[in-house]
Design a protein around this ligand. Structure first.
Ligand code: DGL
Length: 270
C-alpha cells in the first residue's frame, strides 16, 4: 500500500477523542481514520502514569503493526501527559506522533487577549504539571489556574450532559475561587467539548473557551503536509474499535462524532 493511503490512528480512553476524530474528518476528508477507544480502562484520569503508558503503548502497537497507520494522534490529554514522550521517542523517525497538549498551548499563548487562564482536566493531567510547566516556560507573564475536575469525564462517558446533573457538577467546579478573574479556560480533556455550551452558559460567554479538536486537526494537517503524507485520492471507511462494549459509548458516539458509527469490539489485553 502507498504510504499516503494508509490510515491515521486516533486513540483515547473512551469516546472523548471522537471530538478530535470528527474535526480531523472535517479538515482532511480523504483520510481514513482508525479510532480506538479504550473503554475497558476508562477513565485514565485516576490511573498512574506507568499504567496509562502501558495501555498507550499497546494501543499504538495495534494501530501501527496491525492497522498500518501512517500517523498516530493521542486524542486524550491524560494519555498525552503520561505517554507522549514515551511514544515519540519510541517511534521517532518512523511515524509522526501528535499529542493534544502542544497545539492547545500554542493556541492559548498566541492569543494576546488572554492574561489569566483556567485549566480544567483530569487528576492525572493536572498532577503531571504539564500545562503549568509549558505555560510558565513559553509565556511567563500568563497567569494560570489549574483545577482537577475528576467527575467530568466519567459523567460525560455515562451520558450525563446538558442535564441537571451536569449543571450541578459544573456549577460546583466552575465556581472555584481561582476562576473568578479568568478570561480564558482550557478544556484540557477531549471529553469536554460535549459540555462546552454549558460551560459557556455558566460564564455568560465572558470567558474564551479553548478545546483541542480543531487545533489538533490543523496541527495534524501541517505535519502530514510537511511529510508528504496527505491522502488526496481515496478514502476507505473509518473504523471504530473499542476494548469493551458499553451502551453509553454506542449511544454517545453519534453525538461526539456527529454521525452514527459502527463499533467493533477489540480486546487487546486477552
Ligand atoms: N479524554 C481524556 C482526556 O483528554 C481522558 C478522560 C479519562 O479517561 O479520564 O484527558
Amino acid at each position: 500500500m502507498i504510504k499516503t493511503q494508509q490510515p491515521i490512528g486516533v486513540f483515547d480512553s473512551g469516546i472523548g477523542g471522537l471530538t478530535v476524530a470528527a474535526a480531523i474528518s472535517r479538515l482532511l476528508p480523504h483520510e481514513q481514520l482508525i479510532y480506538f477507544g479504550d473503554t475497558a480502562h476508562v477513565p485514565y484520569g485516576d490511573k498512574s502514569v506507568e499504567l496509562i503508558g502501558s495501555y498507550a503503548e499497546r494501543i499504538t502497537e495495534f494501530l501501527l503493526d496491525e492497522q498500518k497507520c501512517k500517523a498516530i494522534v493521542i486524542a486524550c490529554n491524560t494519555a498525552s501527559a503520561a505517554a507522549y514522550s514515551l511514544l515519540r521517542d519510541r517511534y521517532k523517525g518512523s511515524v509522526p506522533v501528535i499529542n493534544v497538549i502542544d497545539p492547545m498551548i500554542e493556541a492559548v499563548i498566541a492569543d494576546d487577549d488572554i492574561k489569566s487562564v483556567g485549566i480544567i482536566a483530569t487528576k492525572t493531567t493536572i498532577a503531571s504539571g504539564i500545562y503549568q510547566e509549558k505555560f510558565s516556560r513559553r509565556k511567563p507573564q500568563l497567569l494560570f489556574h489549574p483545577l482537577a475536575t475528576p467527575l467530568l469525564a466519567s459523567m460525560i462517558e455515562e451520558g450525563f450532559y446538558n442535564d441537571n446533573i451536569s449543571s450541578a457538577v459544573l456549577e460546583e467546579y466552575l465556581s472555584h475561587e481561582s476562576f473568578k478573574s479568568i478570561d480564558g479556560l482550557v478544556l484540557a480533556c477531549t471529553h469536554y467539548p460535549l459540555i462546552k455550551k454549558e460551560i459557556d452558559y455558566f460564564f455568560k460567554s465572558k470567558v474564551k473557551l479553548f478545546d483541542s479538536a480543531e487545533v489538533v486537526a490543523s496541527k495534524l494537517k501541517k505535519i502530514l503536509e510537511a511529510e508528504s503524507l496527505i491522502n488526496s485520492e481515496r478514502k476507505d471507511p473509518n473504523r471504530f474499535y473499542v476494548s469493551d462494549f458499553t451502551q453509553s459509548f454506542e449511544h454517545s458516539t453519534k453525538i461526539f462524532f456527529g454521525k452514527q458509527v459502527k463499533l467493533e469490539l477489540m480486546n487487546l489485553w486477552k
